[in-house]
Every structure is written in structure tokens, then in C-alpha cells.
Design a protein around this ligand. Structure first.
Ligand code: ADP
Ligand code: MG
Length: 679
């Protein structure tokens, strides 16, 4: 691999500081970074329509002959407008180009072009705005579409990419052996870099994407497997199997479900080995993961070591602290709460007691893994709602203390194929069944104003009966989009939909103390309706809340709606989830149908995966994976499974990627994780 690939983008001829800054905006810093700025999509100029069939306000592609060009106009704020008239042989259309003299100059009267751009319509007819075009005589009909920024046109980008590729080709390299490429039917790497940017056909573009996505998934998986291997190479505190906890289990306020028992059993078995546990506990919302965590803490405490439980938010930390202390304190196990909002003085005191081993279980936010917290003997670290913690944080935790056993809990059910990739560094326990007697949450999707009014009538009815409700909106600040902004929404709602109810706001921009206060008031029943953003998504537990309304439901992923829905149905009351959707397109209807028809989180995530493809999961920041360049746009289940199989084979043969044939691959893994996870 040429060293030059990793030098700054300014290495390229014709790229100066101004352009480099624009590239920076796209996240492109190096020459290699530019090569990895892959097209979002491709345009096939073969698929063109007659002007009469153009869809107004959408992007359309035409085959047009230029009839005439007008004199450029200057607008009041010194913008140039270039217009010309073209025809498809029957109808005319105006071509409007803003500011790009070059683009206008290249158009020749009498010539035929393929043009792609947004079409608008006014009194004078149809207009195509700043189209991308190619000469009709051009052989290559496939043109990539890139994420661009002001002043960086597709033509400039293509020229620079070409130059970057030629640097790369000076010293061609390949990450995969002939064997592997043959086995998985993959194109060579250099060919793929070239064809993803300059494809000969749609098929070449697909093949190039497939190869590059395979590499990315493979590297991700290799990194995970190496982390897993490395973690297992450490030694951990080996607990004593003969330590009894049956009295504690009997003392819980409920009988454990079989899945809870099985998960607890798997965890205890791990704790009794000198290899650190590295386990994911996956269980739907309300499946009772906290009880399993409590059992693990109890077992550890009775083995004389401390446990730490880390939650992603203060609200959750407080809640866990309450639950765990109510379970554990009666058995003489001391629990404390350590969060960012504990005063300095209290903190010093807590630190001392933790260091002295006065506390057995330490509950908190990420404050508990900060450097100044010293444990007497940290044996077990539990993180809740794992998808909020990145792989990097997972790795940081592993370095804390004397390689403690680690348990991560996730309430986001993920299809197995995906879980194996995203949590490739972990072993997995699953709680699939909910505790007995849980009433499923009734879910309805409503559209239109009339049904909306009825929905809120229902909400007020339930509040009159003494229940409480959540209303979830997608955003907090007012924005130009039509999304309901929670603040102005709340003001309106109080006047209309929720007239007569006590309401309070809860959103992510509030200070922790403010949030706690609101949550506390809601828990104590002082508030009827909590109007909130997705901050309530994770783990909040208020059994009297029996209704949740989700505004703009079409904006949320299925799994996220399922999470939100899990906030209700936690007590003895029948609970309802109302999804208010403002779109009635087919995909939206289909999604609403899925979510209304089942309460099984794993099933929902399978459906979600089927409908959206794995790409969406990789494109979503919540999973905490390193940023993916291509897997989010080009990834299938099949490809994912192949990458996994391939990674396993490579690691079996060369556990730390030390063989010369794996050097390029190793460098790529380190680059992907942005950290030397191997050395
Ligand atoms: P989650 O898995 O979402 O974290 P929790 O641990 O918060 O779920 O449990 C949800 C509720 O179910 C809690 O109120 C808890 O007390 C209760 N619960 C847990 N396990 C059982 C069980 N086996 N039987 C009945 N209720 C249970
Ligand atoms: Mg929970």
C-alpha cells in the first residue's frame, strides 16, 4: 500500500487549503479517505422518461436536445441564472442552472444529452434545476451520486478520485487470498475500488460494493474475535461454586422465569472460571434482567468481591440503585449510588468507602469507571442498556481493575445473525419469555385528525381513572421540519389534547437533577402526563403508567417503538400504545401493522431486519460500532454470514493476524477500530 495514500488530501494536485476544508466537511482527510468516500448510489441515464411523464418536485431523468440558450440573468444578490430550452421531441422543458457558468457553457445547441435533476413546474411550464448531464454519445451510462458539499461538485470530486486511484494503483495491494476470493465469489480489491467510483455497468458497481462491504464486515468481525480472544487470555477472580444463593433467590418478590434461571446459571458458571466472563444478556423490555443482575451481584458479594453496575443515564442509575438495594440490602449486601451529580464532598466519602470495601455493589453512570474510583476488589462489572455503550467503552471497561468478569445487558432484541456480528466479542444469554401474567400492550396505529382527537379522548379517560401516560415526540428544538418539537408541542397539547391534565416535560437537554425531579414526580403520581423525547426509551419503570402515545411514529424504527412501548404494561393495569402516524405510505402502514400485531421483540427485530436490511443497523449510531463506510449501504444477511464464516477461518489459522499474507487485513482492522486492538 503506498504510504502516500495516508497523507493529507492536499497531496493531490489541484487540492489546496480551500478545497481541503470542503473535503473535511465530508469527513475526508486523506487520499485514502477520498477513495473511501463511496457513492451513495448510482444514476442510470438509460432509465429516462418523456417530459410529459415527469414527476414534479422529484428527480427525473430525460433525453433532451438543446433548442436555445438565453442570455444569463443576474439576481439582486448577485447570483447568476442560466436558462436554456430543450425538447424531448414532443414537449419542451426549461433548463435552469444556478451560478455554474461552466456547466452552462458546455451545453451545445442542437446536441442531445441525458439529464437528471429535480423538476419543478410553474406558469411557463416544467423546469429542470441544475441537472447532472452527460452527452448522449457517452458510453458510460452509470454515474455515481456522492454526498457533496457547497462548492464541491461531482465533477471536481470525480477528477480528484481519479487521481487518488492512480496513486493507489502505483502499488496495488490485496487483502484477501485468491482462495477466499474464489470461495466467496469476490472481485479483486483494486478492481473494486475502481469500479465503485467508475463502474462499467450497474453489475460492476454492485460487485464492487459487495466486495468492499465484505471487507468491512470481515474487518469488523475480525476485530471482535480478536478482542474476544484477548479478553479470554486474561485471568479473572475465580469464584467458588459452592457459595449458596438459594435463600436470596427465594427471597425475591417473584418466582424466576425459566429463562431467568437459565441465564443466571450461565452467568454463575462463567463467574466460577478464571477466564473473565464476557457475556451479553439479551432480553426484551420487562423480561426481568435486573433480577438476574441482582443474583450475579449477590453471588459475587458472597464471594467477597465487589460488583459495579453501570447505567447510561442518571434516571436509570437511580432506578437500579433502588431495585438492587431493595433486593440485596435485606441480605446484608451493601449497595451505593455514584453518579455525576453527587457532590464533591459526598464523592470523596463514597470513594473512600468503595476503596475500603464497605460497599459490595456500586451503581452509577459512567462515573463509576473513571480513573479516580478505586475498588477494593472489583470482580464483576455489569453494564445496562448496552447499545448506548460503544465497543471502545467496552474495551476500556476491560482494562479497569483486575480484569473483572463482565456482563452487558441489552433490551434491544437483535436477530441472531446480527447479534453475532455486533456483539461478536461476547457470549450471549437470552431471556426470550416474559414473566407470567404480563398483559400484552394493546397497540393501535391512528392516522388523521379525527382519529387523533379520539385517541386523546381515550388518554384523558384513562387519566380520569387514575392512570398516567407518556406522550413521546421525536425532537426537542423547534426546527423547520414538520416534526413536533416537544416544547411547543407541550404548550399546544396542554391547551387542547391534554386539557385538564397535569403535564411535565422531559428531554435530553435537561440537567440530570431536573430530569430526576420530573421522574420522581411522575413516579409519585404528581404528574398525569409526561411529554418527552426518547429519553424514556431506556428502562424507566412506572407501573401506574398505562398509556403511551407516540407522535410521528413513522419517524421511529420498529425496535425503537417497541422499546418505547415497553414503558407501559409494567403494572396490573391493561395498557395501550397509540401510534400517531402522519404518513400513509405503504412502508409505514406495513411497519405499523407489524408493531401492532406482536409484542415479541425478537420477532419485531427480525421483521425490521427483513424490511430494512442490515444496512440500517450499521447506519445507526446506537449500536456503538466503529463508523462504517459501506456496510450501511450495501450489506445483506448472506454477506454478513459469509464475512463471519471467513473471519472465523482466518482467526483459527492466524489468531493475531501475524502472518505476512494478513498484514493488509490487520492494518485495515486497526484502522476501522481506530485503535490498536490487536497489539
Ligand atoms: P428489564 O429486563 O426490562 O430490565 P426489569 O428487570 O426492569 O426488566 O423487570 C421488569 C419488571 O418485572 C420489574 O417490575 C420486576 O420486578 C418484574 N419481574 C422481573 N422478573 C419477574 C418474574 N420472574 N416474575 C414477575 N415479575 C418479574
Ligand atoms: Mg432494565
Amino acid at each position: 500500500m503506498p504510504e502516500m495514500l495516508f497523507s493529507g488530501i492536499k497531496t493531490l494536485k489541484g487540492v489546496g487549503s480551500a478545497k481541503a476544508e470542503k473535503y473535511e466537511k465530508l469527513g475526508v482527510k486523506s487520499v485514502y479517505g477520498l477513495i473511501c468516500h463511496f457513492p451513495k448510489n448510482y444514476l442510470n441515464f438509460h432509465c429516462n422518461v418523456p417530459v410529459c411523464d415527469a414527476v414534479v418536485n422529484e428527480y427525473n431523468c430525460f433525453r433532451l436536445k438543446i433548442k436555445s440558450k438565453s442570455v444569463p440573468q443576474v439576481t439582486r444578490n448577485n447570483n447568476m441564472i442560466y436558462k436554456s430550452v430543450a425538447t424531448d421531441g414532443i414537449d419542451d422543458i426549461t433548463i435552469t442552472i444556478f451560478n455554474s457558468e461552466y456547466s452552462f457553457r458546455c451545453l451545445k445547441v442542437g446536441h442531445v444529452y441525458y439529464m437528471y435533476g429535480k423538476v419543478t413546474e410553474n406558469l411557463f411550464g416544467k423546469e429542470i434545476i441544475s441537472p447532472v448531464y452527460i452527452d448522449a454519445g457517452e458510453k458510460n451510462f452509470i454515474q455515481p451520486i456522492y454526498k457533496l458539499t457547497q462548492g464541491l461538485t461531482v465533477n471536481i470530486l470525480r477528477k480528484d478520485v481519479k487521481q487518488a486511484l492512480s496513486i493507489m494503483k502505483n502499488e496495488p495491494f490485496e487483502t484477501l487470498s485468491e482462495n477466499i476470493r474464489h470461495k466467496y465469489n469476490l472481485r479483486p480489491l483494486m478492481w473494486s475500488f475502481e469500479n465503485i467510483h467508475f463502474p462499467e455497468s450497474e453489475i460492476s458497481a454492485e460487485e464492487a460494493k459487495r466486495r468492499l462491504a465484505f471487507d468491512e464486515l470481515l474487518e469488523l468481525q475480525l476485530g471482535m474475535l480478536i478482542m474476544k480472544k484477548r479478553a479470554k487470555a486474561h485471568t479473572a477472580f475465580k469464584m467458588d461454586e459452592s457459595v449458596k444463593i438459594s435463600d436470596f433467590v427465594r427471597g425475591l418478590p417473584f418466582e424466576l422465569t425459566n429463562d431467568q434461571k437459565k441465564a443466571s446459571f450461565e452467568i454463575i458458571k462463567d463467574l466460577c472460571r478464571d477466564v473473565p466472563m464476557n457475556r451479553l444478556l439479551q432480553g426484551d423490555v420487562g423480561s426481568g434482567k435486573t433480577a438476574v443482575a441482582a443474583i450475579a451481584c449477590c453471588f459475587s458479594a458472597r464471594n467477597g468481591v465487589q460488583s459495579a453496575l453501570m447505567a447510561p443515564t442518571e434516571i436509570l442509575a437511580v432506578q437500579h440503585y433502588k431495585t438492587l438495594s431493595s433486593f440485596l440490602e435485606p441480605f446484608g449486601i451493601k449497595v451505593c449510588l455514584l453518579t455525576g451529580s453527587v457532590s464533591h464532598k459526598e464523592k470523596i466519602e463514597l470513594y473512600r468507602k468503595i476503596a475500603d470495601g464497605e460497599y459490595d455493589v456500586i451503581v452509577g453512570t459512567h462515573a463509576i469507571i473513571q480513573k479516580d474510583v478505586e475498588y477494593k476488589s472489583l470482580g464483576l462489572v455489569i453494564t445496562d442498556e448496552q447499545h448506548r455503550f460503544g465497543v471502545a467503552q467496552r474495551a476500556a471497561l476491560a482494562e479497569k481493575g483486575n480484569t473483572p468478569h463482565k456482563l452487558v445487558m441489552s433490551a434491544t432484541p437483535i436477530p441472531r445473525t446480527l447479534a453475532l456480528i455486533i456483539y461478536g466479542d461476547l457470549d450471549i444469554s437470552i431471556i426470550a419469555q416474559l414473566p407470567k401474567g404480563r398483559k400484552p400492550v394493546l397497540t393501535y396505529a391512528v392516522y388523521g385528525d379525527k382519529m387523533r382527537v379520539r385517541a386523546f379522548n381515550f388518554v384523558r379517560e384513562r387519566i380520569k381513572e387514575g392512570r398516567q401516560a407518556y406522550v413521546v415526540c421525536p425532537m426537542i428544538e423547534e426546527s423547520e421540519s414538520e416534526l413536533f418539537a416537544v416544547k411547543s408541542y407541550a404548550e399546544n397539547a396542554v391547551k387542547k389534547d391534554l386539557k385538564g391534565c397535569t403535564t411535565e416535560l422531559l428531554h435530553g437537554k435537561m440537567k440530570p437533577a431536573e430530569k430526576d425531579k420530573v421522574m420522581q414526580d411522575f413516579r409519585e403520581g404528581k404528574i398525569d402526563v409526561l411529554i418527552c423525547t426518547t429519553v424514556v426509551e431506556v428502562g424507566v419503570d412506572v407501573p401506574n403508567a398505562a398509556v403511551i402515545v407516540i407522535e410521528n411514529a413513522e419517524r421511529f424504527g420498529l425496535s425503537q417503538i417497541h422499546q418505547l412501548r415497553g414503558r407501559v404494561g409494567r403494572g396490573q393495569f391493561e395498557s395501550t400504545c397509540i401510534l400517531i402516524a402522519s404518513s400513509k405510505n405503504e412502508e409505514c402502514l406495513q411497519r405499523m401493522k407489524i408493531i401492532s400485531s406482536t409484542n415479541d421483540g425478537f420477532k419485531i427485530s427480525e421483521e425490521d431486519l427483513k424490511m430494512r436490511g442490515p444496512g440500517d443497523f450499521f447506519g445507526n449510531a446506537q449500536h456503538g460500532l466503529p463508523p462504517m463506510k459501506i456496510a450501511d449501504i450495501s450489506c445483506s444477511n448472506e454477506l454478513m454470514n459469509m464475512a463471519r464464516e471467513c473471519a472465523t477461518e482466518i482467526i483459527e489459522d492466524d489468531p493475531l493476524l501475524e502472518k505476512p499474507c494478513n498484514t493488509s487485513l490487520k492494518m485495515d482492522v486497526i484502522r476501522l477500530f481506530d485503535k490498536d486492538i490487536i497489539g
